[in-house]
Ligand binder design. Structure first.
Ligand code: CA
Length: 466
């Protein structure tokens, strides 16, 4: 039997699933009963943030316990060097059986295949929704069916044939609900006769935020035919057309989420059926957040709340009180130290995050982090044209600096953009519509946040910052 000091760890991560499309997070637009079950029987983190809101870098940070500038995976165009230390290697070294199944997106080939895993079976690059090719330890073949079901099937298969006398780490990584948001047949007609409510900031005019104004991820302008999967009806006003596109987009997104939720339920049922629930830490999260029409957008990348925030619900009956919530700040760089701590493995000194284990046990240490450092490196990527930026978020404020150049980062365009700052008071303006940077009443706040930004960059060794 698994010893309690070596719990199983089952990490389910989807791709681009925003917290505000999960009913445990008070979604206004859908219900996710199975993901909610993890929250109801465990803990919901309300301030879990991504340190670089884009797929590949977040995945590298989760594995390595390092910020992007330290693990070298700053943009979508970077790959993770498999020789770098990661937490699965450390769990494997103390006897865990380890597997990763599904989305990888950190490179392929001799130096970039997954390391630290007994078994891996991953989607090449972004992967396909239907009949996905998958790379099983170097051999690629096509799996007929829908990716979310297949990734779950393969995960349950692996659990079924593991050695039950040893603990396991399983990373089950879904492709969904990533663009182009292709639902399966089972959910294709979900929401057919309903209108999904519009978010409050749907008609944001981007006033005082030139970086936001410049981004090309608008519902009304930038969705493509393969995103909409239908021709825009004739005769619509611009307002009606924007709302029509939103309904097309958000319904497909939520249909993909519904399939994930069903499959999370299958995994939970499996743990119950096999008597594994007590000794298994199960997590549901996503690699970052997403704009669900918020600010008139789809996609992520920005340090704004919808994109910055990660859903993170975790159940471990031996340590976590059912139905609890945590508002202390947690970061994706904290996941690796947390898993090591839960497994009784010393956290290597280079790891930059902090174990969340005290928070899981209901205690917030007096010295716990109340600020976080963020950096998005991919300056003017060819599609979304988001400006590179870094910033600091405290419990009340957020300061963002768009530094206006690529600084040699991959996947970027070497063209300058205006340097600009944004300051938001999240207490007074949680929707981040009012840039207070030039407001003299906030000059002392700006000064203290710049000092904190400098402190974080120094402590975290982001020496390439301007
Ligand atoms: Ca993603």
């Amino acid at each position: 039997m698994t010893r309690p000091e070596h719990p199983n760890i089952l990490f389910i991560m989807s791709d681009d699933h925003a917290a505000h499309a999960i009913s445990a997070y008070q979604s206004h637009i859908n219900v996710t009963p199975n993901i909610d079950r993890i929250a109801d029987e465990g803990m919901r983190f309300d301030r879990c943030f991504c340190t670089n809101s884009i797929c590949t870098p977040s995945r590298a940070t989760i594995l390595t316990g390092l910020y992007s500038h330290e693990n070298g995976v700053r943009t979508l165009a970077d790959r993770l060097d498999g020789r770098m230390l990661n937490f699965p290697q450390l769990l494997h070294a103390v006897g865990y059986q380890t597997a990763i199944i599904g989305k990888w997106h950190l490179g392929h080939g001799r130096r970039w295949d997954p390391t630290g895993f007994d078994y891996w079976n991953v989607l090449p690059d972004q992967g396909e929704y239907f009949n996905p090719p998958m790379n099983e330890k170097g051999t690629t073949r096509v799996y007929p069916g829908y990716a979310t079901d297949i990734i779950t099937d393969l995960s349950l298969d692996w659990l079924e044939r593991r050695d039950p006398s040893r603990p396991f780490l399983l990373m089950c990584h879904h492709k969904a609900p990533h663009r182009p948001w292709l639902p399966d047949d089972k959910h294709r007609n979900l929401y057919e006769n309903v209108d999904i409510p519009l978010p409050d900031t749907f008609d944001d005019d981007y006033a005082s935020r030139p970086a936001a104004e410049s981004a090309r991820m608008r519902i009304d302008r930038d969705l493509r035919a393969d995103d909409l999967k239908a021709t825009v009806p004739a005769g619509l006003s611009p307002k009606e057309e924007k709302q029509w596109k939103y309904q097309r987009y958000i319904k497909d997104y939520l249909r993909c989420v519904a399939s994930i939720d069903d499959n999370v339920g299958r995994v939970l049922d499996y743990l119950d059926d096999k008597g594994l629930t007590e000794d298994t830490v199960i997590i549901y999260t996503s690699d970052q957040g997403f704009f669900l029409g918020d600010h008139g957008w789809y996609d992520k990348r920005f340090m704004y709340e919808e994109s910055l925030r990660m859903p993170f619900v975790i159940r471990y009956p031996r340590e976590i009180a059912a139905g609890s919530a945590c508002s202390a700040m947690a970061l994706n760089v904290d996941f690796a130290p947390t898993f090591l701590d839960l497994a009784g493995v010393p956290i290597p000194e280079p790891f930059q995050g902090h174990s969340l284990r005290p928070l899981l046990q209901g205690t917030v240490p007096p010295s716990w982090q109340t600020t976080m450092y963020y950096r998005y490196w991919m300056h003017l990527d060819s599609i979304h044209q988001v400006w590179a930026h870094y910033g600091v978020r405290t419990e009340r404020y957020k300061l963002i600096y768009y530094y206006g150049e690529a600084l040699g980062s991959t996947g970027s365009e070497d063209r300058p953009t205006p340097k600009s700052w944004e300051l938001f008071d999240l207490q007074e303006d949680p929707q981040e519509l009012c840039n207070l940077y030039d407001n003299p009443a906030y000059s002392h706040i700006v000064l203290s946040l710049k000092q904190e930004l400098d402190t974080l960059q120094t402590r975290l060794h982001d020496v390439t910052a301007e």
